[in-house]
Design a protein. Sequence first.
Length: 97
Amino acid sequence: MFVLANFIYAIAVILNIVVIFYMVIFIIDAILSFLMPYGFPLRRIFDELAEPPLRPLRRYIRPVGYFDFTPWIAFLILIFIQLFVVKSLFELSVVLR
């Protein structure tokens, strides 16, 4: 059973790293959107990194005026994934040992 526990633990660690990575990307992208116009290379890099997870949400959530709520919704989804899915996987790996 320890092999399955280690596998689940590894999945939880990788998923946690991905969630933290995208949280940081969303925060930096939001800060850069206030500080730099779109033409700057650094801003384009972070926009291109943040766009893939935001694209499906943008189909359902339209901007209100100049304000786009999709990064906020995506951030809340990432928090849910981290607090529920990742934590559940960690606890499952402990139980299986």
